[in-house]
Design a protein around this ligand. Structure first.
Ligand code: LLP
Length: 422
C-alpha cells in the first residue's frame, strides 16, 4: 500500500489537536465543533430569509446545556418533549415564548408546568390530550395556544424505527380527526387552536416525502381558512438528514428544503416553525475513542474500542452507519475489521467488515457525525460512566460535561434497608 504523509488535517478538529485532547481529557470523548453548529444555523437562517420563521431546535438530539446556550445565543428556540427538556432549555436561556412542546404522552403535570412558564405552543397529538390541555389551562385561568399534529400518512423512506408519519404510527391524528377538532374549536374556552404541526420522521434524504406531507398540510390549511378557522402557525417539524457515509449519503441542502416549504405553503402569511435536531448538530460532533486491543478471531479481526453502545447507541439500535477514521493515518495497509465495544453483547458493534488502515492498541479513532442522538441517548449500561463532552472552537476547547464519577453513577441507589407496605 502507498505510504502517505500524516496530514495536519486528520489531527485537527475545529483547530484542536486531537491526540493532545485525548491525552488531556481521556477517551471515549464526545467533541462538538461550535463553528460547525453555527454554520448550520446560519445556513438555515439564510434559507429562511424573508419568512416569519422560527427554528425550534429539537432538544432531544443533543441536550447538553452548552449546545442549548449556543442555540439561545443564535436566536434559536426549542422543541421539547418533556419537563426535563423544558427545564434545560429555560436554564440555557431559551425564552419560553420560543419553546414548543411535542410528544404523544404529555401528562397533566407536564402540561401544567409548561403552561405555567408560558411556552409558545403545544403540538397536540390526541383528543384526550386536547381535553387535558383545556382542563389544565382552565384551572390556571390561561389560554393555551395549540397546534394539531397531523399524521399525513406519508412514507418518509427512512429507518422504520424513526419513521413517524404513516397512519400506522402512534404520532399525530388524521386530517379527518383534525377537522372534527376545529369544528368543536369554539367549545374549548381555554385552548386557542390555530396551528398545524407535522413531523414525518428523521434522517430523511430526499425532498419528496417533505413535499408530499406539506402539500397535504397545505391543502388542509386552505380548507380550514375557508371554513373560518384562522391558522397562525404552521410547524413543519424536523427530519432533515445528514451525511453519515461519505460519498454515499446525499443530504438535502437547506435551501432546497426551504424551497419546498415555500412552494407548498405559498400564500401562507402566518408564523412558520421548524424543528430540526440532527441537521444542526450531527455532523458537528465526533466520538474520540482509543483502540484497547486488536483481537484476531477465527473468522474476523476485532478492533475493540474503549467506546461502546452505551456511548453511541445508533449502530446497535438502527444498524446505523457511522464513518470511522484513524486520527493519524501514516499510510498503513488497509485491513478489514469488525469494530466493537467492550460491552457484553454482540449488538455492541459499531461496524462489521469495515476497511481501515491497520490499527494497533492505543491508536486513536474518530467515529464521525455523532453530535446528534449520541450523548443524549447514552446510558451507563455495564456500569460504564457517561463519557465527557467538550465544545471545540478555533483551536481551543471547553469541557461541557465532565466524565461521570462512580459516585454520581450510583447516587440515589441504596440497599433495601427500610421495608414498607404500599
Ligand atoms: N420534531 C419532532 C416532533 C420529533 O419527534 C423529532 C425527532 C424532531 C423534531 C427532530 O428530528 P430530526 O431533525 O433530528 O430528524 N434517535 C433516532 C432519531 C429519533 C428522532 C425522534 N424525533 C436516531 O438516532 O436516528
Amino acid at each position: 500500500a502507498p505510504i502517505s504523509e500524516t496530514t495536519d488535517e486528520s489531527r485537527l478538529f475545529d483547530g484542536v489537536d486531537l491526540p493532545r485532547l485525548a491525552e488531556r481529557m481521556g477517551t471515549p470523548l464526545h467533541a462538538y465543533s461550535a463553528s460547525a453548529i453555527r454554520q448550520r444555523i446560519d445556513e438555515l437562517h439564510a434559507a429562511l430569509h424573508g419568512l416569519d420563521a422560527l427554528i425550534c431546535y429539537a432538544v432531544k438530539a443533543n441536550s447538553n446545556l452548552a449546545i442549548l446556550q449556543l442555540m439561545a445565543n443564535a436566536g434559536v428556540g426549542a422543541d421539547i418533549v418533556s419537563v426535563g427538556e423544558l427545564r434545560r432549555a429555560l436554564h440555557a436561556g431559551i425564552p419560553a415564548e420560543r419553546i414548543v412542546f411535542s410528544g404523544v404522552g404529555k401528562n397533566a403535570d407536564e402540561i401544567a408546568g409548561a403552561l405555567n412558564v408560558g411556552i409558545q405552543r403545544f403540538n397536540v397529538e390526541s383528543h384526550d390530550e386536547l381535553l387535558t390541555l383545556q382542563r389544565v389551562a382552565r384551572a390556571q385561568d390561561v389560554v393555551a395556544r395549540a397546534a394539531v399534529r397531523i399524521n399525513p400518512d406519508v412514507d418518509a423512506q427512512t429507518h422504520a424505527k424513526i419513521s413517524t408519519g404513516k397512519s400506522e404510527n402512534k404520532f399525530g391524528v388524521s386530517i379527518d380527526e383534525a377537522r372534527r377538532w376545529f369544528a368543536e374549536r369554539k367549545s374549548l374556552s381555554h385552548v386557542q387552536l390555530d396551528g398545524l404541526h407535522v413531523h414525518i420522521g428523521s434522517q430523511i434524504l430526499s425532498v419528496e416525502p417533505f413535499r408530499l406531507a406539506l402539500q397535504r398540510v397545505a391543502a388542509f390549511w386552505r380548507e380550514l381558512e375557508q371554513a373560518g378557522h384562522p391558522i397562525r402557525s404552521i410547524d413543519v417539524g424536523g427530519g432533515l438528514g445528514v451525511c453519515y457515509r461519505a460519498g454515499v449519503d446525499q443530504p438535502v441542502a437547506a435551501a432546497d428544503y426551504v424551497a419546498v416549504i415555500r412552494a407548498a405553503l405559498a400564500g401562507y402569511h402566518g408564523r412558520l416553525l421548524l424543528e430540526p435536531g440532527r441537521y444542526l448538530v450531527a455532523e458537528a460532533g465526533v466520538l474520540l475513542t482509543r483502540v484497547i486491543r486488536v483481537k484476531p478471531g477465527e473468522q474476523r479481526q476485532f478492533l475493540v474500542l474503549d467506546a461502546a453502545m452505551n456511548d453511541l447507541q445508533r449502530p446497535s439500535l438502527y444498524d446505523a452507519w457511522h464513518d470511522i477514521v484513524p486520527v493519524i493515518d501514516e499510510g498503513r495497509p488497509v485491513t478489514t475489521y469488525d469494530i466493537v465495544g467492550p460491552v457484553c453483547e454482540t449488538g455492541d458493534t459499531f461496524a462489521r467488515g469495515r476497511e481501515l488502515p491497520r490499527c494497533d492498541a492505543g491508536d486513536l479513532l474518530l467515529i464521525r457525525a455523532t453530535g446528534a442522538y449520541g450523548a443524549s441517548m447514552a446510558s451507563t449500561y455495564n456500569s460504564r460512566p457517561l463519557a465527557a463532552e467538550v465544545m471545540v472552537q478555533n483551536g481551543r476547547y471547553a469541557i461541557v460535561r465532565r466524565r461521570q464519577h462512580f459516585e454520581e453513577m450510583i447516587a440515589g441507589e441504596q440497599p433495601a434497608r427500610q421495608w414498607e407496605t404500599a
